[in-house]
Design a protein around this ligand. Structure first.
Ligand code: NAG
Length: 303
């Protein structure tokens, strides 16, 4: 008489339900029908970038960012605003404006509209620094004054209820980059401006990475006492089975690390991801081997 229970999948929905960490994903131009089945934190894929939300100096366009934020509000799950200041996808008009004034207006407008749990204030400082960095103080006495200024503006606008993050790629695979990143992180931490450390984990950074390397680099960041948030996680492989194998090497090293408090993946539907081959659910809803493994793993590994 208990057969229905015995044969029902144990998989919780969303995947990280009941765990101490969230597992999220991006929301692109619309919310995929099966999105809530899997994820319990979100970022807009491109919808909150400065070039998207303020294409001209006098007009804001929040539709895409609203979509992701409102979905999180409806589901009562954390939202990460990605991002305020990044050297890519900046609107052209800021080149002719006073950068600090323009940035302050952007941040005030975003903070007036949203109460996000997390905001990535500066993205890719080591790889794609903002074009307005000199207007924000340039290198200055700390070496990174423009980043300090950006965080001060964000803290003032968003207040203490929003956790401010920094984010970059090429970190989790590179102990030298970890040290350069810590140079910025420790300046912000010393001024109580930073609440967490984002590390992009795209396939080009993690596919060939040993679990021990991930652990060592994450622990170096975690030694600051700040939580670490893998962002933009995606993995592909030579085949569906290969992709699943890489998941089994990389994902547990992140999920079980106590310095890590949540993971955001960067797409999941085959053919609808930034990097080819990183989907783990086909467009028709079939779960690929990596997703089958991930569900089973999260059923049995509780953090
Ligand atoms: C880490 O990845 C970046 C690309 O994101 C690359 O430029 C860098 O050389 C890699 N570092 C190591 C040590 O593999």
């Amino acid at each position: 008489m208990f057969s229905a229970l015995v044969f029902t999948s144990l998989s919780a929905s969303p995947l990280a339900a009941g765990q101490s960490k969230w597992l999220g994903n991006v929301i692109p131009g619309s919310v995929p029908a099966n999105w809530d089945t899997y994820w319990n934190q979100a970022a807009s894929e491109n919808g909150c970038h400065w070039g998207t939300v303020q294409p001209t100096s006098g007009s804001f366009s929040w539709g895409q960012c609203d979509l992701a934020y409102n979905h999180c509000q409806t589901k009562a799950i954390p939202f990460t605003y990605v991002c305020l200041l990044w050297g890519s996808q900046e609107p052209a008009w800021i080149g002719g404006a006073d950068g600090k004034t323009a940035f302050t207006n952007l941040v005030k407008a975003a903070a007036g509209r949203y109460k996000p749990q997390f905001v990535i204030v500066v993205d890719e400082a080591l790889h794609a620094p903002s074009s307005i960095r000199n207007s924000l103080g340039g290198s200055g006495s700390t070496g990174w004054d423009w980043i300090v200024t950006a965080f001060e503006i964000a803290r003032s606008a968003f207040g203490p209820g929003t956790k401010l993050l920094i984010n970059d790629y090429g970190i989790v695979n590179d102990s030298g980059a970890v040290q350069r990143y810590l140079g910025i992180i420790n300046i912000l931490k010393g001024k109580s401006l930073l609440d967490g450390i984002g590390i992009q984990c795209h396939q080009f950074n993690v596919n060939t990475l040993a679990a021990a390397t991930i652990t060592a680099n994450v622990n170096s960041l975690g030694a600051t006492g700040l939580p670490v948030y893998p962002s933009e996680l995606d993995i592909n492989g030579n085949s569906e089975a290969d992709q699943a194998q890489i998941y089994q090497r990389v994902f547990p090293a992140l999920w079980t690390n106590t310095n890590i408090k949540g993971i955001t993946m960067w797409g999941y539907i085959t053919g609808q991801t930034w990097k080819d081959g990183t989907g783990i659910v086909d467009a028709g809803g079939r779960e690929r081997q990596a997703m089958t493994w991930l569900k089973g793993y999260l059923d049995t590994t509780k953090v």
